[in-house]
Design a binder for this molecule. Structure first.
Ligand code: ADP
Ligand code: MG
Length: 217
C-alpha cells in the first residue's frame, strides 16, 4: 500500500464521514451533545484541503505529504487543530501515532499497518484512559486491531485482512449499543446511555471500512 492508497483512504473516509454526518450527529444527540458528525465532517474537510497542499488554518505553509506516514501525520495534526470536543484530540493522536509508526516507508505491508493500528490504539488509550467495554471508540478500534493481527498471523491476503479489520470494527461498534458509558460525555447519563450506539465507535467503523473499500476497489 503506497502513498496514493493512503491518500485515497483518507479522501474516502472524509466522503463517508460527510455522508454520515447527520447520522453520527443523531447518535451523539441520544447520549451526548449532538455534535459528533458536525465536528468530524468539519475536521475531515480540513484534512482533505491539507492533503491537497492547502496552508494550515494557523498559517503554516502547506505541502502535499509524500509518504503514507506523512499522510496520516498530517491527517492527525489537522484533526487536532480543527475538531473540537473529545474526539478531535483522540482521533488526532490516533492518526499521528499511526503516521509515526509508519516512519518514512514508501510502501506499507500488512505487519507495518498492524503496528500502526496498535500505536493508534495505544495513543487513544493513553490520552482517554478508556478500556474496552466503556462504550467509546476503543470498542471499535481494539477488536479491529486484534482481528487484523490475527488475520495476518493466519496468513491472510491483504483484502481478507482488511475485511477482518472492517467487520470487527462494525461488530464492535454495534456491541456498544448494550453497553453503559463509563467515559466521555455519555457517562453522565449512567444507565440511560444503554440502548444507543456510541457515535465515536460508529465513526471509527466507518473510517476503517473506508480503508477496506479503497484497497478492494
Ligand atoms: P464530545 O463528547 O466532546 O462532544 P464528540 O461528540 O466529537 O466529542 O465525540 C464523542 C465520542 O468521543 C464518543 O462517542 C466516544 O467514542 C469518544 N470518547 C469520548 N471520551 C473518550 C475517551 N475518554 N476515550 C475514548 N473515546 C472517547
Ligand atoms: Mg459530542
Amino acid at each position: 500500500m503506497d502513498t496514493a492508497v493512503f491518500r485515497a483512504w483518507i479522501g474516502s473516509a472524509a466522503a463517508v464521514i460527510e455522508a454520515n454526518r447527520d447520522h453520527l450527529t443523531q447518535l451523539d444527540a441520544a447520549i451526548g451533545d449532538a455534535d459528533h458528525g458536525i465536528n468530524l465532517a468539519r475536521g475531515f474537510a480540513a484534512v482533505t484541503a491539507a492533503l491537497d497542499g492547502a496552508d494550515g488554518a494557523d498559517g503554516t505553509a502547506g505541502s502535499r505529504p509524500a509518504t503514507p506516514g506523512a499522510v496520516l501525520t498530517l491527517t492527525g495534526s489537522t484533526l487536532i487543530s480543527t475538531v473540537g470536543g473529545a474526539s478531535g484530540p483522540l482521533y488526532g493522536v490516533a492518526f499521528r501515532r499511526a503516521g509515526k509508526a509508519l516512519g518514512a516507508a514508501a510502501t506499507v505491508d500488512l505487519p507495518l499497518l498492524g503496528e500502526a493500528l496498535e500505536a493508534a490504539l495505544a495513543g487513544v488509550q493513553q490520552l482517554g484512559a478508556a478500556r474496552e467495554g466503556d462504550k467509546t471508540m476503543v470498542d471499535a478500534l481494539a477488536p479491529a486491531t486484534r482481528a487484523f493481527g490475527k488475520a495476518i498471523g493466519d496468513g491472510a491476503a491483504t483484502a481478507d485482512a482488511l475485511s477482518a479489520l472492517a467487520e470487527a470494527a462494525a461488530a464492535g461498534a454495534a456491541a456498544t449499543i448494550s453497553m453503559q458509558a463509563r467515559k466521555g460525555r455519555a457517562s453522565y447519563l449512567g444507565p440511560r446511555s444503554v440502548g444507543h450506539e456510541d457515535p465515536g465507535a460508529a465513526s471509527t467503523a466507518l473510517i476503517l471500512t473506508a480503508l477496506r473499500d479503497v484497497v478492494a476497489r
